[in-house]
Design a protein around this ligand. Sequence first.
Ligand code: 6PG
Length: 236
Amino acid sequence: MSEVAIVPDVPAATAELVVESLAGAAAARGRSAVALTGGSTAAPLFGRLREAAVPWERTEIFFTDERAVPPDHEWSNYRLAREGLLGHVAARAVHRMRGESPDLDAEAERYAEEVRSSLGDPPRLDLVLLGLGPDGHICSLFPGRPASARRGDEQLVQHVAAPTHVDPKVPRLTLLPFLVVTARAVVLQIKGADKAELLARTLKGEEDLMAWPAHWLRKACGRVVVVCDEAAASKL
Ligand code: 6PG
């Protein structure tokens, strides 16, 4: 079951967990691998991580999901990470999802191969960073979509249609649940009173992976930490 850390400073507490996870992996295995996410929690965390004692030269960076836009577009998760973090640290490798690809199905396959060639087969991430969308999505696993209800053990990555109810309305590339549930650690950052019901449903609601993809956190075999403020925890 997940640990819930109610903290005054969500990005600062998350940055400590990132250091612990990635420094531990680098010490044990000589390298570490993390998947970064987008959304409102990303930029504040990146600001903290720039100053944190992460062994960047031994860390490979992946992404949980990407929007179908070029890497310099304002909606690009890669751009968010480059401006906030990757342009400031010297990571061992950065594995970008090519949202500008004219064939996103082919790009999903290519990215899955890139993950395997970097991490082995089956691949395992040391850390996955997540946010929680208003409809219960994590990564770009949206409710009601076939991609949300199966682990995707072999496929790893999928191109999904544009969400109709969440902005921006462009197609996405997303990790399938496999790489989330097999990661050594998963950290979900969540802040604010408007996320309180969502967090309660994620941790305590009746499990339905198709209707509420964040329930995949319950299937995780590694450590799961929800880092939240008091407002987001108020319905627990
Ligand atoms: C994205 C993300 C997505 C995000 C959630 C939460 O690109 O949108 O990867 O999974 O983490 O939508 O986003 P907010 O914190 O902005 O609600």
